[in-house]
Design a binder for this molecule. Structure first.
Ligand code: BGC
Length: 355
C-alpha cells in the first residue's frame, strides 16, 4: 500500500489544491482532491488487463469550480433537496439557500446545501499507509444552516479493492446532517459513452416518489411491477424511457431508493456491472437510502482528457438520508442535537471478471 500527495492546481485566491493517490498491492488506484474532498479517479484493470478509470471528472481546479454537476464531491451538511429551502427545528423556522431556480430565476429549492462542502478546499492529512483524512469546518449560519460544523471524511483503500469512505460530523447547534459523495461511475471507463447497457441491482423494495420539483411527496412507493424494480439485476437502460410518471418528472432515474432492512449497520445496497470491461462494483452503507441518479442532466461538458461527459455517461449511487428529511417526520431523522456525532460509512468494492 502507498499514499502519495501531489499538487493538483490552485484556487482563484492562490490556495493550493492537492491530489492524493492511494494504491494497493493489486495496482488499484484511487485519487482524491483536497478540493471538495473529491473522489477524482478510481483506476483498475479491465478484463483485457487494460487500466480503466471508472469515474467521470475533470483535469483542472477551474473546471471543478465552474461545472456544477458535483463530480465526485463530498456533499453536505445536508445532501440532496430541501423543499422551499425551509425547515423547522423545535418550532424555529430556518430559511436556507434556494440555489435551484425556476425559469424566471426565482429560488425554489435547496440542492446539496448550496455546495460549499463540495467546492471548498479541505484540510488534508495522510493518516496511514492506506488512508487520507479530510476535514472542514463550516461556519454557523452558512447558507442558513444552524451550527458551526466540524466534518471529517476518511478515504481508506484495502487490499481487497475495497474503498471505505467514513464520515464524522458534529455541530454546535441542532441541525440536519446528511453527508454523501457524488461520484459518477462508468464501469466501462469514463470515456466509453453512456451507461445504459450497464447492469444494476438494488436491494430496495421502495422509493420515495417525488413531485415536479423533485421533492419527495412523503410516501413510500413499492417498486413492484414498476421501472424502479432493480431487485433483480437489469440494465440501467432497460426501462429508463418507459411511460412512467415518476421517470417523466425527473427525466430518467433520479430517485431515493429505500434500502431494505437498513438498521445503521453496514449492509449491501447495490451492485453494478459492465460487460464491456468485466468490472463489478458492490456498494455497502450504514445509511438508510441511496439516490440512484442516471446522469440525466449531463449534456456534453468537457471532462477528463478533453472527453465529453455526454447525457447519461455516468451514474451516481449517493448513500444518504432521504431527500427533504428535515420536512418529513415519517422519514428517518437527520436532525442531530448540538454535540451529537453523525457517523456513517459507505464502502465500494471492485472486482474484474474475465470472460
Ligand atoms: C440530484 C440530481 C442533481 C445532481 C447534481 C443529484 O443528487 O438528485 O437531481 O442533478 O445531484 O447536482
Amino acid at each position: 500500500m502507498t499514499v502519495t500527495k501531489a499538487p493538483f492546481g490552485t484556487m482563484p485566491d492562490g490556495r493550493e489544491v492537492f491530489e492524493f493517490t492511494l494504491e494497493n498491492d493489486n495496482g488499484m488506484k484511487v485519487m482524491i482532491l483536497s478540493l471538495g474532498a473529491t473522489l477524482r479517479s478510481i483506476i483498475l484493470p479491465d478484463k483485457n488487463g487494460n487500466e480503466q478509470d471508472i469515474l467521470l471528472g475533470f483535469d483542472t481546479v477551474a473546471d471543478y469550480l465552474e461545472k456544477s454537476s458535483y463530480q465526485g464531491a463530498a456533499v453536505g451538511p445536508c445532501a440532496n433537496r430541501i423543499g422551499n429551502g425551509k425547515f423547522e427545528i423545535d418550532g424555529q423556522t430556518f430559511e436556507v439557500i434556494k440555489n435551484e431556480t425556476d425559469k424566471d430565476g426565482n429560488g425554489v429549492t435547496c440542492l446539496h446545501a448550496g455546495g460549499e462542502f463540495s467546492f471548498e478546499v479541505w484540510q488534508s492529512i495522510i493518516t496511514d499507509s492506506d488512508s487520507v483524512e479530510f476535514s472542514y469546518t463550516s461556519p454557523d449560519g452558512l447558507n442558513g444552516f444552524p451550527g458551526e460544523m466540524k466534518v471529517q471524511i476518511t478515504y481508506k483503500l484495502g487490499q481487497n479493492n475495497d474503498l471505505h469512505i467514513s464520515y464524522e460530523a458534529i455541530s454546535t447547534r441542532k441541525t440536519p446532517i446528511n453527508l454523501t459523495n457524488h461520484a459518477y461511475f462508468n464501469l466501462s471507463g469514463f470515456a466509453s459513452g453512456d451507461i445504459l447497457s450497464q447492469v444494476l441491482q438494488l436491494n430496495c423494495s421502495q422509493i420515495t416518489p417525488v413531485d415536479a420539483l423533485s421533492i419527495p411527496t412523503g410516501e413510500l412507493m413499492s417498486v413492484d411491477g414498476t421501472a424502479f424494480d432493480f431487485r433483480v439485476a437489469k440494465t440501467i437502460g432497460k426501462d429508463i424511457e418507459c411511460d412512467d410518471e415518476q421517470l417523466k418528472l425527473t427525466g430518467g432515474y433520479d430517485h431515493n431508493f429505500v434500502i431494505d432492512g437498513a438498521d445503521g449497520t453496514l449492509r449491501k445496497c447495490a451492485y453494478a456491472y459492465s460487460e464491456n470491461s468485466g468490472i463489478v462494483m458492490h456498494v455497502y452503507t450504514t445509511m438508510p437510502g441511496v439516490q440512484f441518479y442516471a446522469g440525466n442532466f449531463l449534456k456534453g461538458e468537457t471532462g477528463k482528457e478533453g472527453k465529453s461527459m455526454q447525457h447519461r455517461s455516468g451514474f451516481c449511487l449517493e448513500t444518504q438520508f432521504y431527500p427533504d428529511s428535515p420536512n418529513k417526520t415519517s422519514f428517518p431523522d437527520c436532525i442531530y442535537d448540538a454535540g451529537q456525532e453523525f457517523i456513517s460509512e459507505t464502502v465500494y468494492t471492485f472486482e474484474t471478471l474475465s470472460e
